[in-house]
Design a protein around this ligand. Structure first.
Ligand code: ADP
Ligand code: MG
Ligand code: ZN
Length: 482
């Protein structure tokens, strides 16, 4: 892209709400299953079936609004959005249009030039459509997904690059997972994104004509599609052409977008208020409850980890990559407050062996790991022995304290015992001792290795070095030898 262009991007994100039942009926929302088994007259769109709004889904949407600092409308309206598609049995989708539940929010993202707030224009509730499955024999329709509750989170056109768009999307993805309103599974379509892209001469206040990109189901895909589209727009404009407002599909394999259909204008959908549903009223108590139910958000946790626990930004980022990791880590911290030590053992040793999803069932518990770090911190075991203990914890599920005692791994700091071990090694290796005395100082390392091996690494290394140096010193400096 030539330097004179500025990209403008706005994202529309569909998030499947983590509630057990569909938006307007009692059918389950679980993914997959026998096609069309999770349906009823309401979600099949049979004539005469009436929708009943799920208040649980509303409560869930209110939590999204609270996390994104939106204004909640006391009265919002459901509307019919008409279009024909085989997987939309009613011939319209129930959504919100003129009076959405939530508006005027924002989300802070980290950009190359610092933290920027991206406006959230609106968040509305709507039902999902079914799924068309294209096969060689024809297209099949599965309506298990029809009626599943979604929120659509629409940003302002505040993003200026593919990097910023991905930063925003990741921040949003993280928040909805942290507050437990969405499983964030992009492969199963629980979190999907459309990107609107336009460009304009840098400094221009006027928005250019946009294209809408669909089929973006990975962060990488979002990034590549936006970059591609920005370059395509620039090329079209520099050739003297005009960008056509349209919906385009990202073809990940080919690495390009292609036209899918002309972009509808709102009037094409013939929106009108849903006559089968009363206006949605939300009172101040419900809004307050949503706010009160929010856990700390990831950005705030990261700030606290850096400022209060002294972790690096990198470590804080790793720990907050998953809500389950934060819970595990914070439980461990309640047992032993060595933030850095616990973080290292958790992120390198434990996550080197199990996935985050397996932490809950893993034999190494938060209390167990905390005990291990405490044993290192109070000098009971060395860091090296701790790895042996950790192996034992992982294999047997026993506590580190038990393992240290039953396997005799307690670190020896007693000088007399260490001295006895050192003398034993020196006496057992007269040849090497003679070499050392003759000036071959590298033999010292051999002694250390022998001492540690004989004692299974349980001797305090610093004390071993002290004692060894003393016993290897020239004879006239050795007070205890005659
Ligand atoms: P719809 O796509 O349903 O017609 P909107 O017009 O409200 O809805 O816009 C949807 C998204 O497109 C929003 O995220 C908005 O920020 C973004 N958007 C609107 N105009 C532009 C533009 N000219 N360039 C880039 N993004 C835009
Ligand atoms: Mg749109
Ligand atoms: Zn149903």
């Amino acid at each position: 892209m030539s330097l004179t262009w500025e990209a403008v991007i706005g994202l529309e994100v569909h998030c499947q709400l983590l509630v057990p039942q569909k938006l307007f009926c009692g059918c389950p929302t679980t993914f997959g299953g026998v096609p069309n088994a999770r349906t009823c007259p309401v979600c099949l769109g049979l004539p005469g079936a009436l929708p009943v709004l799920s208040r649980e889904a509303v409560a869930c949407a209110l939590r999204v609004g609270a996390a994104l600092e939106c204004v909640t409308r006391a009265t919002s309206i459901f509307a019919r959005k008409h279009y024909f598609y085989p997987d939309l049995p009613k011939g319209y989708q129930i959504t919100q249009y003129e009076a959405p539940l939530l508006e005027f929010g924002g989300l802070d993202i980290d950009t190359a030039t610092g933290v920027r707030r991206i406006g959230i224009r609106r968040i509305h509730m709507e039902e999902d459509a079914g799924k068309s499955i294209h096969t060689d024999a024809g297209t099949l329709v599965d309506l298990n997904r029809a009626g599943v509750p979604l929120v659509e989170i629409v940003s302002d056109p505040d993003l200026r690059s593919a990097d910023e768009a991905v930063a925003y999307l990741k921040a949003l993805h993280e928040i909805v997972r942290f507050i437990g309103v969405c499983d964030g599974n992009m492969e199963e379509g629980s979190f999907r994104c459309d990107a609107n892209v336009s460009i304009r001469p840098a400094g221009s206040p006027v928005l250019g004509t946009r294209t809408e990109l669909k089929n973006l189901n990975t962060f990488k895909g979002v990034h590549r599609a936006i970059e591609y589209e920005i370059a395509r727009h620039a090329h079209v404009l520099e050739e003297g052409g005009a960008v056509v407002q349209e919906t385009r599909l990202w073809d990940d394999a080919a690495g390009r977008t292609r036209a899918m259909r002309g972009k509808e204008d709102a009037h094409d959908y013939r929106y009108f208020p849903e006559p089968d549903l009363p206006p949605l009223r939300v009172d101040a108590d419900e809004i307050a409850a949503a706010r009160a139910s929010l856990p700390p958000l990831p950005a705030e946790i990261r700030r606290r980890y850096v400022e209060e626990l002294g972790l690096t930004a990198y470590d804080a980022g790793v720990l907050t990559s998953e809500p389950a990791l934060v819970r595990w880590y914070e439980t461990a911290l309640t047992h032993h407050r060595n933030a850095k030590g616990l973080c290292n053992w958790l992120t390198t040793e434990l996550l080197g062996r199990v996935a985050v999803g397996e932490l809950e069932t893993c034999p190494v518990t938060p209390a167990g790991l905390a005990e291990l770090v405490a044993l290192i911190d109070d000098g009971t075991i060395s860091g090296k022995i701790a790895k042996t203990v950790f192996d034992g914890m992982f294999e047997s599920g026993e506590s580190p304290g038990t393992l240290v005692e039953t396997r005799g791994l307690r670190q020896v700091t007693d000088t007399a015992a260490i001295e006895a071990a050192v003398r034993e090694v020196l006496e057992a290796n007269p040849t090497q001792l003679a070499q050392f005395r003759a000036g071959k100082v590298t033999v010292r390392g051999f002694f250390v290795g022998q001492i540690m091996r004989r004692t299974g690494g349980t001797l305090n290394p610093a004390r071993v070095n002290e004692v060894l140096d003393r016993l290897l010193a020239p004879t006239d400096n050795r007070p205890d030898e005659s």
